[in-house]
Design a protein around this ligand. Structure first.
Ligand SMILES: [Zn+2]
Length: 572
């Protein structure tokens, strides 16, 4: 009997119990004539709570890549070879695991993304002292084909990371379409981005219309679906509000704006405000500098004249720049967590801290916070991402006399002035209703599959689907969606999802000298709050003191970094 074509969607991460991040899923298609295509979408890290004891964790997808053991050079073939890795955009929760996998000896398949995202990835690899992976820039309306049974086309989405993409995949069997999967990534539909491409509903709907299939599954970002109270105000109003705050606080002559590293569409607000204030912006943090270079390489140079080129000490003393406007890393208070874990171990080990965290802890080499400082906390402090570190960051800075202005959010912090200065870059409830209505008129068979958010957020997205009378499915990371003969069902995955937890101790604040320890976490999905309770983690966990000692050795012999192989895949 002839076998039927089978398309499966596997979730290694990104549909978590109670946390955001670790985005990674796979599309696996087997045609009836025995061909298999396997495509991976994003490979990011998850935002962890302090109680986990880990700096970061990411999905264990070691079975999908070939590996050359860095110690023995032994080659181990992938159990499930993967043809390509598609990256939606260069935020940590979508790309954060790439470098770690390569350092462990895994051979990534070719990476397909926008030119801007690829440039950023290549620069991050170069900064880490690694050979950049093979990247392919996707050109819009030029489909990529895999063995005549999967055809993939990218589309533009609006998001805070510049040139973010979504992907439309269509699987075929003997020339006939089987299923279309529309992976929207992190996106909003009604924001016109200041830098790079934006979502175009007309193009999006025409792409869906051009590629009909018996089943069309939409993966929708559900992270901000709950936050419907906050209406989007657009770039111009965000600039105006930020400018007003700066003018209301003219007694502060140092403005600090912490942003998410890859979010140059947010930094663009600062560039425009700086232009109107007739000053120049200083970028503080190597991640921001990498993105600036990635954008320049991609042809975006418009903001370059608004950036100060030179050392920070020179900038601070430069009288031709009377108002100091510093865009820095640390929108979520990143680093306070790591600092707390490592403090007291070694006075010489400088731990990785975002610029904002360094300021809050009086560890910044050039900036000493005083009442001259105005902090623009424009990013919402999302509990699932930064636990209470956003609050702590604000309070620590305020205790040094700084003036703090925060974006309004459900997570109210202190009694600081609140003003909206930034849109979220994620789709809201009303926007989603309108989009689903439009899609349904051209693809009445649509199925909504909420991803990326916590379970509560994904459930909210499911309610929206009910409201629109559209079928929706909620999956866990241990499940997969299988489409055979026109029927769709949710099945348990043969291999349970696991996470690789990583502890980083950075020397001299430099990522490439970091010592990394990797542990395979429990066989279960999140809650990751519980991961430290797993026996195997407890046993293997090296006290921080030991890690710090190894770090010193590592610094003497530069290449001798420690990467423990997770007990999985090849080693088993
Ligand atoms: Zn994002």
């Amino acid at each position: 009997m002839e076998t039927q074509a089978k398309t499966r969607l596997l979730f290694a991460g990104g549909v978590n119990q109670d946390r955001i991040g670790g985005n990674c899923h796979l599309l696996e298609h087997q045609s009836s004539d025995g061909q298999t295509v396997r495509l991976m979408f994003d490979l990011g890290s998850i935002f962890l709570p302090e109680s986990s004891g880990f700096s970061t964790a990411y999905p264990d997808v070691s079975a999908f890549f070939d590996r050359i053991n860095p110690k023995t050079q032994e080659v181990c073939k992938a159990q499930k070879p993967t043809d390509a890795l598609f990256i939606t955009h260069a935020h940590q929760d979508h790309i954060g695991a790439l470098i770690s996998y390569v350092k462990m000896g895994y051979q990534l398949p070719p990476i397909y993304s926008s030119k801007t995202t690829n440039n950023a990835i290549r620069l991050f690899f170069a900064k880490a002292g690694l050979e950049p992976p093979k990247t392919v820039n996707i050109e819009r309306e030029k489909p990529v084909k895999f063995r005549d049974c999967v055809e993939l086309e990218a589309f533009d989405v609006s998001h805070s990371a510049v040139d973010a993409l979504g992907f439309h995949s269509l699987t075929f069997d003997r020339g006939k379409p089987v299923v279309a999967v529309v992976h929207n990534g992190d996106f909003s539909t009604d924001e016109k981005m200041p830098i790079g491409h934006s979502f175009c509903k007309k193009d999006y709907l025409s792409l869906i219309k051009r590629k009909p299939a018996p089943q069309t599954i939409f993966l929708f970002d559900s992270t901000s679906i709950e936050n419907s109270a906050l209406k989007r105000i657009g770039f111009e109003q965000n600039v105006q509000n930020t400018l007003d705050v700066c003018l209301q606080n003219q007694d502060c002559n140092i403005i600090i704006s912490p942003v998410i590293t890859g979010s140059f569409n947010n930094a663009a607000i600062d560039f425009e405000v700086a232009r109107r204030l007739k000053t120049k912006v200083f970028l503080d943090g190597y991640g921001l500098k990498i993105f600036k270079d990635a954008l320049k390489l991609s042809g975006y140079t418009g903001f370059d004249e608004l950036i100060y080129h030179g050392k920070m000490q020179k900038y601070l003393k430069d009288e031709s720049v009377p108002l100091k406007y510093i865009v820095c890393t640390g929108a979520f208070g990143q680093g306070l967590n790591e600092y707390k874990h490592n403090i007291g171990i070694s006075p010489t080990s400088a731990i990785w801290l975002s610029s904002a965290a360094k300021m809050a802890l009086d560890l910044h080499p050039d900036l000493k916070v005083s009442k001259e400082y105005l902090f623009l906390m424009r990013q919402h402090f999302i509990k699932e991402i930064c636990s209470h570190f956003g609050d702590e960051l604000c309070h620590r800075l305020a205790s040094k006399g700084a003036r703090i202005v925060v974006a309004p959010s459900e997570n109210k912090i202190g009694d600081f002035q609140q003003i909206q200065m930034q849109d979220s870059g994620h789709i809201g409830f009303e926007e989603m209703l309108s989009l689903v209505g439009d899609i349904r008129s051209i693809a009445p068979n649509m199925v909504i599959l909420p991803v990326h958010g916590s379970k509560a957020q994904r459930t909210k997205m499911q309610k929206l689907a009910d409201l629109c009378k559209v079928q929706s499915i909620l999956v866990s990371n241990d499940e997969c969606v299988e489409i055979v003969g026109g029927g769709l069902k949710i099945c348990p995955q043969t291999q349970k999802t696991a996470w690789l937890g990583e502890t980083l101790v950075f020397s001299n604040g430099d990522l490439q000298d970091g010592v990394v320890q990797i542990w395979k976490l429990g066989e279960n999905d999140v809650p990751l709050e519980k991961i430290v309770e797993y026996e195997n983690v407890k046993k293997q966990k090296v006290p921080y003191v030991a890690v710090a000692d190894k770090n010193k050795k590592g610094r003497r012999r530069k290449q001798n970094r420690i990467f423990q192989n997770p007990k999985s895949g090849c080693e088993r």
